[in-house]
Design a protein around this ligand. Structure first.
Ligand code: DGL
Length: 270
C-alpha cells in the first residue's frame, strides 16, 4: 500500500497551527503530522537546554512516521535547537526565524523593525542576528511578551480581557518608530487583530507562516518531493496535554482547511 510521506510540524502547543494552516492553504495535497507539546507549554520561560531536549524528544517521536521534512514551527525551539536537530536528522529541517526575518526585510520601508517573542527567543538574539545577516542597515527593537502565549493556549484569544493583556505587553514597543513588527512567536497570529489595533495601522505585522510555507514548497519542489496524488491527505494531530482544548482551538483556527480533509486526533506521551 502506498503511504504518503508527511510534513512534520512541531510546536510547544497550538502556535504551530498558524504555520500548518498556511501549509494547508499553499500545499493542499501535502499530508501534515502536527505535534503540539501542550502538556509542557509554554517553552518561552524555559532554559535553552531544556527546550533543546524537548525538541529532540518530539523529533525522535515524529521520525517513526518517516516524514519527508521537519518544520520547527516554534521560534523558541528554532532559536534553541534548529542547528542541533539539522545535524542529527537526514531529512530537511527548517525553523521559522529566517523566514520571518526575510519577510520583514522585504516589507520594511524605513529599516526600523520591531520583534516580539517569548523570553527565550528574545534573549537568544536570534532575530537580530538573522535580520542583520540579511541587511546591515536595519535597526531592530525587541521585546519579550510572556503573557501572550498563555492567553492563546487557554483559548482566550478572542476574549475581552485579551485586549488589555496585549496592550500592556506591547507598551514599550508601541512607543518606538518601527514600520513593521515581526510576530516572533507562532502563537501571536491568533492575536493578530488585537495586536494590529494596539499598534495602529501604520505598523505592518509580519507572521512567518506565509514565508515558511513558501520555503517548504521550494525545498520539496527542489528535491522532487512534492505530493502529486489526487487523493486528499489525512492529517494527523498529536498533543501531549488537554486534548479537548487542543482540538477545540485547532478546529476553530483551521476552520475551512480541515473541513474538506479527514483528520485524526491523538493524545500521546513522550
Ligand atoms: N510558539 C512558540 C514560539 O514561537 C512557543 C511559545 C511558548 O511555548 O512559549 O516561540
Amino acid at each position: 500500500m502506498f503511504v504518503q510521506q508527511a510534513i512534520a510540524i512541531l510546536d510547544s502547543g497550538v502556535g504551530g497551527l498558524t504555520v500548518a494552516k498556511e501549509v494547508m492553504r499553499q500545499l493542499p495535497r501535502e499530508k501534515i503530522i502536527y505535534f503540539g507539546d501542550t502538556a509542557r507549554a509554554p517553552y518561552g520561560p524555559r532554559t535553552p537546554e531544556q527546550v533543546r531536549l524537548f525538541t529532540e524528544q518530539i523529533v525522535d517521536y515524529l521520525l517513526q512516521y518517516e516524514p519527508k521534512m521537519i518544520v520547527i514551527a516554534c521560534n523558541t525551539a528554532t532559536a534553541a535547537a534548529l542547528d542541533h536537530i539539522s545535524e542529527k536528522v537526514s531529512v530537511p529541517v527548517i525553523g521559522v526565524i529566517h523566514p520571518g526575518a526575510r519577510a520583514a526585510i522585504s516589507a520594511t520601508k524605513t529599516g526600523h523593525i520591531g520583534v516580539i517573542g517569548t523570553i527565550g527567543t528574545i534573549n537568544s538574539g536570534a532575530y537580530t542576528l538573522a535580520l542583520k545577516q540579511l541587511s546591515p542597515y536595519v535597526e531592530v527593537e525587541s521585546q519579550a511578551c510572556p503573557a501572550l502565549v498563555p492567553l492563546v493556549e487557554h483559548g482566550l484569544f478572542r476574549s475581552a480581557e485579551s485586549f488589555q493583556v496585549v496592550q500592556d505587553s506591547l507598551e514599550g514597543i508601541q512607543q518606538s518608530t518601527i514600520d513593521c513588527l515581526i510576530l516572533g512567536c507562532t502563537h501571536y497570529p491568533f492575536l493578530m487583530d488585537t495586536i494590529q489595533q494596539v499598534m495602529g495601522p501604520a505598523v505592518k505585522l509580519i507572521s512567518s507562516a506565509d514565508e515558511t510555507a513558501r520555503e517548504i514548497s521550494t525545498i520539496l519542489y527542489d528535491k522532487g518531493k512534492l505530493s502529486a496524488g489526487e487523493e486528499l491527505p489525512i492529517h494527523q494531530f498529536f498533543c501531549t496535554g488537554d486534548a479537548e482544548m487542543f482540538q477545540s482551538i485547532a478546529t476553530d483556527w483551521l476552520g475551512e482547511q480541515i473541513k474538506r480533509t479527514p483528520v485524526v486526533w491523538q493524545v500521546t506521551k513522550l
